[in-house]
Design a protein around this ligand. Structure first.
Ligand SMILES: C[S@@+](CC[C@H](N)C(=O)[O-])C[C@H]1O[C@@H](n2cnc3c(N)ncnc32)[C@H](O)[C@@H]1O
Length: 417
């Protein structure tokens, strides 16, 4: 258990503000941790089923708030972009103090620079595992599009500040499938006929203190607001985690800037080792059947090592199209010739394992070069020099590649038995 430290005065003030603004806190308190910023600890022994936090629906921050609507941001901009723009406008306006105490307890831009891959230099970004790299590319595309759409409406906001608040939204937003409420309260949205997943974002002051674990409390929303209930008994002083979802470590790294030491939801894609060995006909057959790509290797300890789709493509590669068709048609051939299938995959994984070792060595050999403060800002502004590699960034990437090495080698061993 990592030691929980006294969070400091700004957190005490924020907790008082939260309790005055629709947040009920029951037996929990924020605490500071050395390796993950703030988190929530049990302030006394908690029983399974205790409701430990409740945030009233009128305390949520979403795009239908009158104070967000007042900015008159264009309708076609994403909810993520609108929230980021609103946070940036509030943040940079000293006369707007409604959320100042909440903003004071967020991680700083400097914290994000140490952890979020979006701030890694190009060399380090190029060394991200494929799944994290793909997510990062999508993230950058979304950020750039939001900035391009909103920039004309935010003359006083810099791209740096927008990026910071965009990441605040990215790392602190909850899915809120807001209920069908008579719009009796100006702080509550009218339910639209067609809500998409991207409409249903809300920020939850105080709830956003919870750190993630693969096994943790499951935050629940209903018409009255958002709440967290203890998933088990906790001793006073123990950290209480919630689960942000069934996320792999590459997802957590790209979207939240951390990885778990042990993650039963961890997995890596196998597309980059399988797709290149398919010939034209095999590719076409897989596409027609909806079995092209999305091949996954799961962290060991789960019920299976490879996914159903990988089982299918292996049959096409190693056996024949009849056996493959029978398998995708649901006519499972059981374990017949399993040894042959797995030997083939072990060959591919063994090659990949060597590549992983090379990448790991390259990451380990990176020189740490931290440029801080004003010098970094000036360098970034001139665009001449890439930011250096920070010790924390390198450490995370080394740990991630070691996990991938162990997953691949573990699978090789398992598939041979
Ligand atoms: C919703 S916030 C949680 C509160 C945050 N730790 C803070 O200081 O305000 C999400 C961020 O917390 C950090 N985080 C969450 N769970 C973590 C974990 N298990 N280990 C390390 N960092 C974690 C990551 O930086 C992530 O982007």
């Amino acid at each position: 258990m990592t030691a929980a430290l006294d969070p400091g005065e700004e957190h005490t003030k924020f907790v008082e503000w939260a309790e005055d603004n629709g947040v009920t806190i029951n037996g929990t308190a924020p605490a500071k941790f050395l390796d993950r910023g703030m988190g929530i600890v049990a302030a006394r022994d908690l029983k399974k089923g205790d409701r430990i936090v409740h945030v009233k629906n009128t305390s949520l921050v979403h795009v239908a708030l009158p104070s967000v609507k007042a900015f008159k941001l264009p309708d076609n901009v994403t909810v993520h972009g609108k929230l980021a723009a609103s946070l940036a406008l509030w943040y940079s306006d000293p006369s707007h103090d409604e959320y100042a105490l909440w903003q004071a307890v967020w991680p700083t831009e400097e914290d994000f620079r140490s952890t979020m891959p979006i701030y890694y230099n190009k060399k380090l970004q190029d060394l991200l595992p494929i799944a994290a790299s793909t997510l990062l590319t999508n993230q950058l595309t979304k950020l750039d599009k939001d900035w391009a759409d909103l920039r004309p409406h935010l003359p006083s906001i810099s791209k740096d500040l927008f990026t910071y608040t965009w990441l605040i939204v990215n790392t602190r937003t909850f899915y809120w499938n807001y209920p069908d409420l008579p719009n009796s309260h100006p702080r509550l949205p009218k339910r639209k006929n067609k809500l998409t997943g991207d409409d249903c974002y809300a920020m939850c002051p105080f709830m956003d203190y919870f750190n993630h674990s693969d096994v943790g409390c499951d935050p629940q929303a209903d018409s009255k607001g958002y709440s967290v209930t203890a998933d088990r008994a906790y001793k006073a002083g123990e950290e209480v985690f919630v689960s942000y979802g069934a996320h792999t470590n590459d997802f957590l790294l790209a979207e939240y800037g951390f990885i778990l030491g042990s993650n039963m939801r961890d997995a890596i894609p196998l597309d980059h080792i399988i797709l290149p060995v398919l010939d034209k006909e095999q590719t076409q057959a897989l596409k027609e059947d909806g079995f092209y790509g999305n091949y996954t290797l799961f962290a060991s300890g789960g019920s299976e090592t490879i996914c159903h789709r990988t089982q299918a493509v292996l049959r096409l590669l190693v056996l024949d199209s009849k056996r493959y068709s029978a398998f995708v048609g649901g006519d499972d051939d059981g374990d017949r010739e399993r040894g042959k299938l797995y030997r083939y995959l072990v060959g591919l994984l063994t090659k990949y394992s060597r590549q992983v070792m090379d990448i790991l060595e390259e990451v380990k050999g990176l020189k740490i070069y931290e440029v801080e403060g004003e010098k970094r800002r000036l360098q970034a502004k001139s665009g001449e020099t890439e930011p250096g590699v920070r010790a924390g960034q390198k450490d995370t990437l080394v740990r991630r590649w070691k996990q991938i090495r162990d997953m691949v080698n573990g699978a090789i061993e398992e598939l041979q038995t």
